[in-house]
Write a protein that binds this ligand. Structure first.
Ligand SMILES: C=C(O[C@@H]1C=C(C(=O)O)C=C[C@H]1O)C(=O)O
Length: 285
């Protein structure tokens, strides 16, 4: 077993705080460090193996699923509107079907969800340009722009007269299913070589989530202090999100992966494999 510190990835957006708020790497028995980053950076770290365990875009998990295992019962999901994955557009979607869409360079799941929606539901083939998440700058060069996380939340508070499409809401109306934007995963080598640390981290995440969703008050206060907005907004936002990853969420994510594969966005079909304590037994044998 390796003695080197386990590197944990944290999503820097508020959406994941209910899982992270009560998670403190310094109080773990096994040495661990945590990096807080936008999803695109976490995705790269998990794919390369420089981050061993933590949250990442569900799409990025799929791309690296031969190197990763999912941690059970953890996700950032919605079953309808998500409120922070928003397409701002100058015209209805049908009218920008072959237009230009600027997409935030911080995302993986949502940019590919948008591609699926535009092609399979709207029948369009827009041109996508990747850009820093800045509503005004994006709208100068495009007919629409996709923002996620706190950038989307802040943009939704400024009424600039754009039409707003919530991709979680669109997906639900179109497929009848929920959507999972982020999952928690562990590097397969780390799961083998640092199994005790990974087991401790998985348990600490589960406990942190239990406490986080039970008592949102400190999370809401911190969101108001750092991002702005009202108490009512943040209670509504966090209560609307789902942090579980059970059959219902897996069904939605499986359909998303299938569509992504059909469109050539994913190179292979994805079979989700979950980490469990049994791995410990298997590894020890
Ligand atoms: C709910 C959200 O989900 C996020 C969306 C992600 C993506 O599009 O790749 C990644 C992580 C999630 O935390 C959000 O950003 O608001």
């Amino acid at each position: 077993m390796s003695n080197s510190a386990t590197v944990i990835g944290k999503i820097s957006y508020t959406n994941s705080w209910p899982v992270f708020h009560n998670f403190h790497p310094s109080s773990l028995k096994h040495p661990a460090t945590m990096v807080s980053e936008v999803p695109a950076v976490l995705n790269r770290g998990m794919s390369e193996g420089s981050i061993h365990v933590g949250a990442l875009s569900s799409f990025a998990y799929a791309e690296a699923s031969d190197r990763l295992l999912l941690l059970p019962s953890l996700s950032v999901s919605s079953d309808g509107p998500v409120r922070s994955i928003l397409l701002f557009s100058k015209k209805p979607l049908e009218e920008i079907a072959d237009g230009i869409i600027a997409v935030t360079n911080t995302s993986a799941t949502s940019t590919n969800l948008l591609k699926i929606i535009m092609q399979k539901a709207i029948g369009g083939h827009p041109q996508y340009i990747s850009a820093e998440p800045d509503l005004d700058a994006m709208m100068e060069v495009a007919d629409a722009c996709l923002l996620i996380g706190d950038n989307a939340i802040k943009a939704s508070w400024q009424n600039k007269g754009y039409m707003v499409t919530d991709l979680g809401e669109f997906w639900k109306k179109w497929t009848g299913l929920g959507m999972t934007f982020a999952v928690w995963a562990v590097n397969r080598d780390a799961a083998r070589n640092q199994f005790a640390a990974v087991a401790e981290i998985a348990e600490a995440f589960a406990e942190s989530k239990r406490r986080g969703v039970r008592d949102l008050a400190p999370i809401v206060s911190e969101a108001m202090r750092t991002v702005g907005g009202t108490e009512a907004y943040w209670y509504g936002y966090f209560r609307n999100l789902c942090y579980d990853f059970e059959e219902r969420q897996q069904e939605g994510l499986n359909l998303y992966f299938r569509y992504a594969y059909e469109m050539g966005l994913l190179p292979q079909e994805v079979k989700m494999e979950l980490w469990s304590h049994n791995l410990l037994t298997r590894v020890k044998e």
